[in-house]
Design a protein. Structure first.
Lengths: 305, 206
């Protein structure tokens, strides 16, 4: 083995490295460009996930637009109140209140829903939805192949053993990426709702109740029991589907208890904290009652199970 | 005359016959990544022409002044060329940002993309070690030849990318079966385009 070869190699790489380093160091001084320091400050407050919910392609361009005054300080839906306050601080403007929204799933089918054919292709909702409308019989339900979970930039969504996406409300920032990714996001399968919303109807179909029962055992059958049970006049069957008015809802859980299909759920932090209907049981989650410690974990985590 | 013919052959050979994207399949990531629209592919083609010409002239100098005389080129060319190209692109980005902000904004995202592009490394390597043999002796490009070859490669990259982007823009509105929409159709189109370019191999009766 020729030792000079090793030495030559070291010399060659060192010369290139030192020369490149010196040139770059000189260039960074010589070609230094002043960046508005406010952009940097705003950028350090923004979440940095580049989710695009504000309409800008990246957090950097959002920061630039905020500094230029083209974008409201509350525009970052993903960041919510904390980020809006931080941006307002960085820019020295008045703070505003943000209405926090989170993603909510309007389907309780999963494995309980019937399938029209056996699908063994790519496990992606967008792919299967293009195969003759998808393997799910229900035209409005969740395929459960997890495109939303893979798309979520904040890792807030998981597909659970029931074959349904479960949204971790602590992590969900309302960026709407999952809604845009979901092939049925546009018809309301995943929808953005106020974070304070305590009750969610796990059904998204407006078909005739009899047809719907053929698709799935978990569907809303438009029986109006929830409407009659609600003390606050907050839930109504509109166009054959129960719809919650979050402004009126008092999170009492009466509708959850009367629903014969068990397709109404309590959800969110506020529901689990108030939880007047619990009387010692765990909250009923999509038709199964968790054990005491599971219920406690759900309550603590604020999981939209 | 002889020289002119040599350079012309080199240029056409690099651009069409040995098209880097469609006959040799190097640098395919930007080929599919940025060919969605005409604007971005024009920007990418301009960026590649710019960076490729600069990069291979610098690596040619590094090879002929440093690596080859020291006798370490044969095993050190890839790491040292990567080093040179990365530093060069960083430098160019700083310079453009200061001197020509408009060009920096339009090329902005493409410059760092090009840094890690295999087409740039392949061309830089080939312009110093073309793998050609002349009279049984390994034959390296002179500086002029390396420059013309590189420009040819970049032109070929541009032609392939821009024509592909034009096709893809038409495909967006074409009645493609729903299951084939998007990337699958793009792959098939690229394959057909590639057939056409391979056919150019008979251009000089070689």
């Amino acid at each position: 083995m020729d030792l000079s070869l090793i030495i030559n190699a070291v010399i060659a790489l060192s010369v290139i490295g030192v020369a490149a380093g010196a040139i770059l160091a000189a260039a960074s001084k010589r070609f230094h460009v002043e960046v508005d320091p406010r952009v940097e400050r705003v950028l350090s407050v923004l979440p940095g996930a580049n989710c695009g919910a504000c309409g800008n392609p990246s957090c950097f361009s959002a920061a630039e637009a905020m500094v230029a005054g083209d974008l409201a300080v509350t525009a970052c839906t993903a960041g919510g109140q904390a980020v809006a306050d931080g941006v307002a601080d960085a820019l020295g403007v008045e703070k505003c209140v943000v209405a926090a929204i989170v993603s909510v799933r309007h389907c309780g089918g999963g494995r309980a829903a019937s399938r029209r054919f056996d699908y063994s292709g790519v496990l992606s909702c967008n792919t299967v939805s293009r195969l003759a409308g998808g393997d799910l019989t229900c035209p409005a339900g969740c395929f459960g192949y997890g495109d939303c979970a893979r798309a979520c930039p904040f890792d807030a969504i998981e597909i659970d053993p029931r074959g349904l996406p479960v949204i971790d409300l602590d992590r969900c920032t309302g960026c709407e990426v999952c809604v845009r990714e979901c092939p049925r996001g546009r018809i309301g399968l995943l929808a953005m709702e106020p974070e304070e919303g305590a009750v969610v109807v796990r059904c998204n179909s407006h078909d005739k109740p009899r047809a719907r029962k053929d698709y799935c055992s978990m569907c809303c059958i438009a029986c109006k029991k929830c409407e009659k049970a609600c003390p606050a006049d907050a839930i109504h069957v509109i166009d054959l589907l129960a719809v919650v008015d979050h402004d009126k809802c008092i999170a009492c859980g009466m509708c959850v208890d009367v629903c014969p299909q068990e397709c109404i759920d309590l959800t969110g932090r506020i529901a689990f904290e108030s939880a007047v209907h619990l009387d010692g049981r765990g909250p009923k989650v999509d038709g199964f009652a968790p054990s005491a410690e599971e219920g406690a974990a759900l309550r603590k985590g604020g999981v939209d199970a | 005359m002889e020289t002119l013919q040599h350079f012309a052959l080199l240029l056409v050979g690099a651009a069409l016959v040995n098209n880097i994207l469609l006959t040799r399949f190097i640098g395919l990531c930007p080929f599919f990544g940025v060919s969605n629209s005409m604007d971005t592919s024009l920007g990418m083609a301009g960026g590649v022409l710019f960076v490729l010409t600069l990069a291979s002239s610098v690596t040619w100098v590094a090879w002929n002044l440093l690596l080859d005389p020291l006798g370490v080129g044969n095993f050190l060319y890839i790491p040292s060329f990567i080093l040179v190209i990365a530093a060069l692109v960083q430098f160019v980005e700083m310079y453009l940002r200061k001197a020509i902000p408009a060009l920096h904004r339009s090329l902005g995202i493409f410059l760092p993309l090009i840094t890690t592009n295999c087409a740039v490394l392949a061309t830089a390597v080939e312009s110093v070690r073309p793998g050609f043999f002349k009279m049984g002796i390994e034959y390296g490009f002179g500086f002029g030849e390396a420059l013309v070859y590189t420009i040819g490669v970049a032109l070929g990259f541009g032609i392939a990318l821009i024509s592909f982007a034009a096709l893809r823009e038409r495909l967006e509105v074409a009645p493609v079966p729903e299951i084939m929409r998007g990337t699958p159709m793009a792959f098939i189109t690229a394959g057909l385009l590639s057939f056409g370019y391979v056919g150019l191999g008979g251009l000089f009766g070689l």
